[in-house]
Design a protein around this ligand. Sequence first.
Ligand code: SF4
Length: 390
Amino acid sequence: MTPVALGIPSVRTKPIADRRVSRQIMVGSVPVGGDAPVSVQSMTTTVTADINSTLQQIAELTAAGCQIVRVAVPSQDDAEALPVIAKKSQIPVIADIHFQPKYVFAAIEAGCAAVRVNPGNIKKFDDKVGEIAKAAAANGVPIRIGVNAGSLDPRLLAKYGKATPEALVESALWECSLFEEHGFRDIKISVKHNDPVVMVQAYRLLAAQCDYPLHLGVTEAGPAFQGTIKSAVAFGALLSEGIGDTIRVSLSAPPVEEIKVGIGILESFNLRERGLEIVSCPSCGRAQVDVYTLAEQVQAGLTGLKIPLRVAVMGCVVNGPGEAREADLGVASGNGKGQIFVKGEVIKTVPESQIVETLIEEALRLAEAMGVEIDLDDLDESPGPEVTVH
Ligand code: SF4
């Protein structure tokens, strides 16, 4: 959506760093690397051979903003499902393949947008790399070299003693070199570890040694709360240095949650246009209104409003007017009333009981002024807006 000026100075900041220069590959219709925006991806949790369930989950992921989806291919039945899934998916499908070279060829023939292979079990692929490179090149299918600490090449495990950053990077670059010997460079790389410190060090090392686009991931990051924190800090450290071309948040949670977190991380760094953002104060002893409830009600009321809008919900007059003035729309509460700000100006003061409905009304008015048609039925169905606590 094209942002429309609201008549006030922009409150957005620039991205935190210039992107690392990387070569660009195409994962189906989605460019990865170069000057392409950092994309968000996830992986289905269904049995791939269950085509209907897999396509249903891909549709849910697509609706949540997922741009690339990966499906596991551990069996012949899964491989046989790939042509239909690749054809019917609205977003590029990557086949995730371990151990069995024959499934790599099946995925390429099936029309998958890319194939992920794991150097940890690549020895089975070693004598097939030439054929894989030829088939992939002939079909314009890139390969992700996906190194994972949990399945590191035993030779490197023996050499380094454990999955160190150096071991992860050596594994990835060694595998790349096998493909390069056949003139194949349509590659992206991941070097995942469950420890964000090791993971960040590995990606930094890797970024300095090649120009391949990088797929960021903290593997086995854990349940939603822990995984979100690990992914946010690790991706944040790397993205703040311009490292990272596509991201996958791994959570022990429904994959749609991974997309919400991934998008939130990119929006936080202005690597993606922010949607609706609620700036709410954490509340304190000065609060003259129930800020938590107010913020939740405003969030619930505006969920589904897909416009770049910052709404400030503040508990008192200390920082309230300042934050509310800086936002597109805001309220500074006090004495049972709320001062409503639009475009930096106080437009009215309403009783506390009318704050939520007034903010929602004004948000819809702003959306209309931006030429955005709002279907009120949509307002409760999509993920909630980002909430920033000042
Ligand atoms: S705006 Fe700041 S000072 Fe006022 S209630 Fe919220 S946290 Fe406290």
